[in-house]
Ligand binder design. Structure first.
Ligand code: TXA
Ligand code: MG
Length: 319
């Protein structure tokens, strides 16, 4: 059994594994991460192998504080302001790497780019581990590539199982969708991925935010199939098409499960991946020929933007 509840001893075990170049699954406030020493190329390679990622997408690098991150990246005035406002928390900033930082981050972790995606998680276990380990951790979501991100320790075990020597159990994640990624390395602030910090909150700090559209190496996380369950996803549904279909409700639109009967988008984000997994599993277990999940319309404000982004990707799945 690789799931272990949090304790000071398990943190030390995790540090030993990280120092030996191994991976460890850890809770963050967004989703569970598959962490490895970001300065160790072999360890970073192990992340890709464990997740079975087809390509070397750049990974988010996790630090315990902005001051630790400032040893590796350049902070612009805007980056400083956003860091003060939103860190620790679910905002990832893409910043220029310092030319000659003393302990370099593995180039494999940033896919050879001259920038780094920097995140300071607020989860106490993630914080404690990064502080104790002392070096930054690369950590994508702790699931097989192309599958739904894990929001509890059992999700990680179901997806990665014995491939991970240690899963630290920190209970269900609070936010439930990944961090917002904002690129500050170019001339204009650019939103690469909507997530746990809403666009409204960002816009209160920055007047002009560009949206990134496209599929270059800049944001391979934008790959459409990234979040696909095995069932077909039918969006903006008012009701089921047929008896075999499962329905994910929201607000007053009922379903087999409801993301938030009260219509609360934060509650819906926290429930999203768990409920998609659950309906997907129910359909698989029932043995129906064509598996389909209908999803009620979700407003696009607040965390609704991130929820719709993940749902759209799931819906565009090829198979
Ligand atoms: O909530 C989260 O952010 C979770 C938890 C575990 O912290 N982590 C996560 O990490 O989602 P990851 O590594 O899966 O996120 C990768 C995304 C990709 O879409 C990638 O393109 C983008 O971050 N990214 C990483 N480095 C980048 C860079 N230098 N420039 C642009 N995008 C980058
Ligand atoms: Mg992921």
């Amino acid at each position: 059994m690789s799931i272990v509840p949090f304790s000071p001893e398990v943190l030390q075990t995790a540090c030993n594994l990280l120092a030996a170049g191994d991976v460890v699954a850890i809770p963050t406030e967004t989703v569970y991460g598959l962490a490895a020493d970001a300065t160790n190329d072999q360890a970073v390679a192990k992340i890709y192998a464990t997740k079975q990622r087809p390509e070397f997408n750049p990974l988010i690098i996790h630090f315990h504080s902005a001051s630790q991150a400032s040893q590796y990246v350049e902070f612009t005035e805007l980056a400083k302001r956003l860091a003060e406002k939103f860190w620790p928390g679910p905002l990832t900033l893409v910043l220029k790497r310092l030319k000659d930082s003393e302990s370099p981050i593995s180039l494999l972790a940033s896919a050879g780019l001259d920038t780094l995606a920097v995140r300071i998680p607020s989860h106490p276990i993630a914080q404690a581990l990064i502080k104790l380990y002392g070096k930054p951790l690369a950590a994508p979501s702790a699931n097989l590539s192309m599958t739904i991100s894990p929001t509890c320790a059992l999700d990680v075990q179901a997806s990665l199982g014995s491939r991970v020597p240690l899963i630290i159990d920190g209970g269900a994640t609070k936010i439930g969708v990944e961090s917002t990624i904002l690129d500050l390395s170019g001339p204009e602030p650019t939103l690469l991925r909507p997530g746990g910090i809403s666009l409204e909150l960002l816009r209160a700090e920055i007047a002009d935010i560009r949206f990134y559209h496209g599929s270059s190496i800049k944001a391979p996380g934008m790959m459409q199939r990234h979040y696909a369950p095995s069932s077909r996803i039918r969006l903006n549904a008012q009701e089921k098409n047929n008896l075999d279909e499962k329905m994910l409700g929201f607000g007053t639109i009922q379903g087999d499960l409801n993301l938030s009967p009260a219509g609360d988008l934060e509650e819906a984000a926290a429930n999203l991946f768990r409920m998609m997994r659950e309906l997907d599993a129910q359909l698989t277990a029932s043995g129906v020929k064509s598996k389909s999940i209908a999803v009620a319309p979700i407003p696009t404000h607040g965390l609704g933007l991130a929820i719709n982004d993940r749902l759209t990707r799931a819906a565009h799945s090829e198979d």
